[in-house]
Design a protein around this ligand. Structure first.
Ligand SMILES: Nc1ncnc2c1ncn2[C@@H]1O[C@H](COP(=O)(O)OP(=O)(O)OP(=O)(O)O)[C@@H](O)[C@H]1O
Ligand SMILES: [Mg+2]
Length: 431
């Protein structure tokens, strides 16, 4: 159950991350470019796969440099380039009653999209949310009915077509209030249609309701016409329509971009399940595509680990190199959720990033293993303050030779503190 991180620089005893004793299974590695983060990640993975309880290590490889030395017999790689045909469906919902369903997925998808490109405005968020709700509903997936959550989820292609159709409808409708009435009429018609399929006899209440809605919509139209006074009403409507269309069009552009990347439309992923390491080769994706991909997949992995039930052993790991590009300080982000909540499901997450300042307090506090590789001399004071060590300890770290490390034990009484370690036992000083 032990992962060797190096040797104590005084005495040369091996320094371990003992997964059995660890407060949780999360780790962070920091250090400037070239200090050996990826190298150390590779060494850690190599050892993780020999821990009997570890069933799977998911590697998000953004540069294509993880997994060297692990050996072909242990690793299965899937290439997620535009043309490879592999992909995930970002609209797929989990059927689980507690953490699944369309409402959660809609919020997550919007948050994820909002991490890329320019931020969506409040109207765009509301509009995208409405589109998605209607889209799920059109596939028979209902917010409040978990028994419908295992139906086939729509895809980005479906969303785009749906939005394009609505955009055309927008061109046709006159006034927003009228449009709303029109929607109500249609909703009432739908209710009636679905009830008349089941109803055995006669005029239903729904039919009556539909007639009422039609009347109201007609009233809205005549009111609108009666209220024409200045002669500018028509232009105002055109302006309103133009703005609404513009907003939907720019949303459509975002969706189209994701769709064009080719990896979010549910092409499928076929890893070789006999291998412990699943490597997502993301090197050809754009940064935004990587962000969407890792966000979505991390959530799927987390859901999957919860579905496997509670355990006290380390069962699965997620590895994210260059983590500052992906993690954020949002309390609700999937990475915070995993850092805080996944221990009892045997899921660990390993982040590597150039600076310790890239990590939120939640992530720092909930990460049992820390490995600080080279720190630039300009920043030793800030880093020393953040991790509460003497600045001198950081000044003399040599990349590829020495590092500071700490492992928090699940035993609250166990001594804890930063240790200076060396990677080559021969470099240790003898007492
Ligand atoms: N402990 C080590 N022993 C021997 N070689 C090492 C060690 N650590 C790193 N290296 C070598 O140093 C080079 C840089 O290391 P690495 O790529 O891991 O740095 P990095 O911190 O990931 O950098 P970047 O932030 O640019 O990705 C690599 O060629 C790696 O093989
Ligand atoms: Mg690296």
């Amino acid at each position: 159950m032990k992962v060797n991180l190096g040797y104590l620089s005084w005495g040369g005893n091996p320094f371990y991350w003992d997964l059995k004793e660890s407060a949780n299974f999360h780790g962070i590695l920091t250090g400037y470019s070239g200090s050996g983060k990826t190298y150390s990640i590779n060494k850690i993975i190599q050892q993780m796969i020999n821990v009997p309880s570890v069933e799977r290590v998911y590697v998000f490889d953004v540069h294509g440099d993880i997994g060297e030395n692990i050996g072909k017999s242990n690793i299965s790689t899937v290439d997620f380039s535009e043309t490879a045909g592999n992909g995930i469906n970002i609209l797929e919902i989990s059927p689980n009653r507690q953490y699944g369903g369309p409402r959660k997925r809609i919020n997550e998808v919007i948050k994820t999209i909002n991490k890329t490109g320019t931020k969506l405005g409040p109207r765009q968020i509301a509009s995208l949310s409405r589109y998605l709700k209607s889209l799920y509903a059109s596939k028979g997936i209902k917010m409040k009915d978990p028994s419908t959550w295992n139906r086939k989820s729509p895809t980005l292609y479906d969303l785009r077509i749906f939005m394009e159709t609505s955009l055309n409808a927008l061109e046709l409708t006159a006034d927003l209030n009228v449009a709303q009435q029109l929607e109500i009429v249609n909703r009432a018609a739908k209710t009636m249609a679905s009830q008349s399929e089941n109803a055995e006899e006669g005029i239903t209440e729904a039919e009556q309701k539909l007639e009422e809605c039609k009347l109201e919509a007609k009233e809205a139209y005549s009111l609108f016409i009666d209220n024409i006074k200045t002669g500018e009403e028509f232009e105002k409507i055109l302006e309103m329509k133009k703005n609404a269309s513009k907003m939907v069009e720019s949303l459509l552009d975002r969706i189209q971009l994701l769709e064009d990347s080719g990896v979010f439309n549910g092409g499928g992923i076929s890893f070789d399940a006999s291998k412990k390491v699943f490597r997502f080769d993301l090197k050809t994706l754009s940064l935004d595509e990587k962000i969407v991909f890792i966000d979505t997949m991390a959530k799927k992995i987390y859901d999957h680990s919860i579905s496997k039930g509670i355990t006290d052993r380390a069962r699965e790991f997620i590895i994210i190199d260059e983590a500052s590009d992906f993690i954020d300080n949002d309390k609700d982000s999937i990475y915070n959720k995993i850092a805080i909540g996944s221990r009892k499901y045997g899921l660990g997450i390993l982040f590597a990033s150039q600076s310790i300042h890239h990590f939120s307090d939640d992530i720092l506090m909930n990460t049992a293993m820390k490995l600080v590789l080279g720190v630039d001399n300009l920043y030793t004071k800030q880093v020393a303050d953040r991790i509460r060590v003497k600045e001198d300890l950081l000044k003399y770290l040599k990349p590829k030779v020495s590092a500071l490390s700490m492992v928090r034990s699940k035993d609250a009484e166990a001594p804890e503190g930063w240790q200076k370690i060396v990677f080559d036992k021969k470099m240790a000083k003898q007492n």
